[in-house]
Design a protein around this ligand. Sequence first.
Ligand code: KIV
Length: 277
Amino acid sequence: MASDKGESRRISVSDIQGRKGGQPLVCLTAYSKPMAQWLDPHMDLLLVGDSLAMVIYGMETTRGVTLDAMINHGAAVMRGSTRACVIVDLPHGTYEDDPDTALASAERVMKETGVQGVKLEGGVEMATTIRRLTENGIPVLGHIGLLPQKAESRGGFKIQGKDDEGWKRVFDDAKAVAEAGAFAMVIEGTVEALAREITETVAIPTIGIGASPGCDGQILVTEDALGLFSDFTPKFVKRYAELGGEVERAAKAYAEDVQARQFPGLEHCFGIPKDKD
Ligand code: KIV
């Protein structure tokens, strides 16, 4: 459970699965060791999301990030966490073509990072791939509803399930992902009633982002929640801090100190006689 201190064992995918219908799962993204260290004591799951393409690297979409980059960030988050279940996104172009390619990519992630599993986007069309991975011992977190990697080809970041056809498509995706053996699924950018119905229907936990308070857990992009990414703020984000403003304030104070020769002070220097320490 989130916020319990002093646990010696990392939360496993089975623990996450066991939380279906129980206390809500608390999840955030993390891309670096320091951020993982801050978040870890309070999180059930840390996602090394391909959102880092936009948030860290300033790319236009999530599609530009490589498997090598995801592996490097995954390893960093593992170094900074001891408690949360850590999952790495399979990036665009590394799993969609066929199950063998997906398996090779997922095996690299698992071996080179030590994380607990991988996430991949897609529903019915990804069921065979999810099954292949899980049958080979690789836990999969599904991702349905709004799919950022495919948003461009589907007319943008649009809320899913607004009409009957869209509702049925997302619902079928949810059932397919659960039946294929995923241990849980992210539901992103989906009308509330549909996310709720999916949660009540499937046997695995749902983790909502722009979905429903009825989901079995919630996830946000950490930089959105902390006010560190201000290119845009989607409606579903709640800001828990305004750290961007704090960083700017500190940078300004530092600049003023350096320009006024107020920094460094003698207490920051070496070889100063003791009475001046
Ligand atoms: O890449 C990501 O950060 C994600 C979350 C938004 C769920 O997929």
